[in-house]
Each structure stands twice: as C-alpha cells, then as structure tokens.
Design a protein around this ligand. Sequence first.
Ligand SMILES: NC(=O)c1ccc[n+]([C@@H]2O[C@H](COP(=O)([O-])OP(=O)(O)OC[C@H]3O[C@@H](n4cnc5c(N)ncnc54)[C@H](OP(=O)(O)O)[C@@H]3O)[C@@H](O)[C@H]2O)c1
Length: 331
Amino acid sequence: MEKRALGTSGLEVSALGLGCMGMSFGLGPAADKQEMIQLIQKAVERGVTFFDTAEVYGPFTNEELVGEALAPFRGQVTIATKFGFDIDLATGQNRGGLDSRPEHIKAAVEASLKRLRTDYIDLYYQHRVDPNVPIEDVAGVVKDLIQAGKVKHFGLSEAGVDVIRRAHAVQPVAALQSEYSLWWREPEQEIIPTLEELGIGFVPFSPLGKGFLTGEIDEHTEFDKSDFRNTVPRFAPEARKANQALVNLLGRIAQEKNATPAQVALAWLLAQKPWIAPIPGTTKLHRLEENLAAASLELSADTLQELEQAAAQITVQGDRYAPAQQKMINR
Ligand SMILES: NC(=O)c1ccc[n+]([C@@H]2O[C@H](COP(=O)([O-])OP(=O)(O)OC[C@H]3O[C@@H](n4cnc5c(N)ncnc54)[C@H](OP(=O)(O)O)[C@@H]3O)[C@@H](O)[C@H]2O)c1
C-alpha cells in the first residue's frame, strides 16, 4: 500500500491505518480476542503499518489486544496510542473526566508501554485537551518522554488551532487526530489550513462516519445497548433517516466507479491532502479488505467536483456527540 508522510515529522505510515477501538470498546460488545489478533495480523500482511488504540479503550483491553497482536511485528509498524482521561491506573476505573497532569502522563505512559509490550510508542496523542493543564506543560512532558526514547512522536486529538500552535512551539506535533469525513467537515475551516502551514499530518478518525457512510446502517438499525452510537444525536432514527441522502450520494458515485460507498468515503478523504491518513475500524476481514482497496481508488477531479456539489446540497442532521462528550472537546 502507498505510504504517506504525516507532515514534516518524518513519520511515514500506510495511507490507510487500522482503528482498533471497536474491537474492544464503544461499538457494542467486545469481539473475540483471538479473532481480533488474527485480524490485526492479517492487516499487517496486507500492508497496513499504522495501528490506532488508546488507554481509555476498555480500559485497558484494547491496548493489551494491540500489544499482543503486534508484538511479532514491532519493528515494522507504527503504534499510536493516547493518554489524557482520568483513569485509575491501578484498577482501570474510568472516572469520567480528563487528566493531563504531568505526573499522570508519566505514570500512564509506563502502563501503556507494558500493555503494548514495547519500549517505545511511535505516536503518543493527548486524547482530549485538558482545560486544567496548560498545553505547554503537556507538550513539555511529551518532549521529555521523547528525549528519554519512550515516545517517538507527539500528537493531539480534537484540539483547536490555538492549542495546536502553542503545543507545536514547545514540542513539534507530528499529527492531529480528529473526526473528519463527508459528514463532519468542520476541520476544513481552520484546522486543515493550520496543519498545512505548520507541517503537521492529519489522521481522520471515524472516517466512515462510525459505519453510517457505508450504507449498512439505516433508521431501522438497532444497536446493542452497550453501543455508544445510541447516545449520539446524529444516530437518532430521525437523523439517520434524513442523513440517508448522503449515503445515497456515496452509493451513486460508488456505482459509477464500480466501488462501494465505504471505499468512496475513504478515497474522498485520501484525495483531500497527501498528508492525510485515515484510520477506519472494523472487526471483519472482508470489510478490512474492502476498506484497504480504497487506497487504490482514484477519484478524478470531475468526480470530486460532482461529489462536492451534491454534498453541498445536503445538510447533515444531528450533533456528532451527546452533551457529556461534547463538553470534553476544549478548543
Ligand atoms: N481520537 C478520538 O477521539 C477517536 C474517536 C473515535 C474513534 N477513534 C479512532 O478511530 C477509529 C475509527 O473510528 P470509528 O470506529 O469510530 O468509526 P469508523 O471507522 O468510521 O466506522 C467503524 C464502523 O464501521 C463499520 N464498518 C467498517 N468498515 C465497513 C464496511 N466496509 N462496510 C460496512 N461497515 C463497515 C464497523 O463495523 P464492523 O466492525 O462490524 O465492520 C464499525 O461499526 C477507531 O477505531 C479509533 O481508533 C478516535
């Protein structure tokens, strides 16, 4: 698969990574661990070198899964994980808030390294900006971790442009990971131009709209009670019904291209900038293969324009987060 440089950081990853969260957390019950280990290893065989996890996914089952699956391939892959939630490191209890205090980061990184079965983390993101800790302090701790060899690159997630600039001035940021897809295009306003100016790579999360943009979900779909999408206004049945227009558009383009809606959604992201590397998630091998094939789906300028014009006619309904989650996005 094509490799992409995440900005000017020197970090190079497969154009499509693999988001591992849903294998253990967030999107319904955890999948079978042995099956997920095989799936991650099959992704490596198929050229994926970029794997995404976080301390909070579980906690801590997803990092354990990723660590076990990738241990045999450690030198060949980029492992990205995240810190910054208020998690009791001894018990794994998620207290529901944020904690990027330097002492917490220093303890969290040691625990993540153990679970990931490695002595360095390739890309260590602050998961959410902590309003109680100056970003300069966070960047300073990560700088120390980089100097100590425990971390290779610094990342931020869902940070705003001021925070990105302030962090970058202390420790260069290699990548920002934030939501970006055909149904969440806010990053185009300020974020993407800032990343371009500063030479920071962009890693879009939920690039398939948490599954919605694939066409496999409609207003009748019922999610497991543990599925976080039950709380998302954009996934309320009436919003799903209204947002079907976007899926229909993707379906139309997909048909023209002999592709699938998921592939068009990913190819559209890849076409936006050469320093974007999305991380779609799946628990199924046939979908992994479908998604990876998007890396070789070229959308012509005419197709991109057609998509752009048609998408501009559609207003997406529903917030992307419930108020409790939205509150944690501090720009
Ligand atoms: N930084 C952050 O705050 C943040 C937030 C959310 C996510 N993330 C990261 O981003 C990664 C991806 O995001 P995400 O999981 O939220 O959303 P996503 O990748 O947009 O969508 C994942 C969902 O789509 C389904 N799916 C995947 N490929 C499909 C296909 N070809 N056809 C039909 N359905 C398909 C998956 O179900 P199946 O498993 O059944 O295939 C799953 O339910 C996560 O794994 C996580 O690492 C980060």
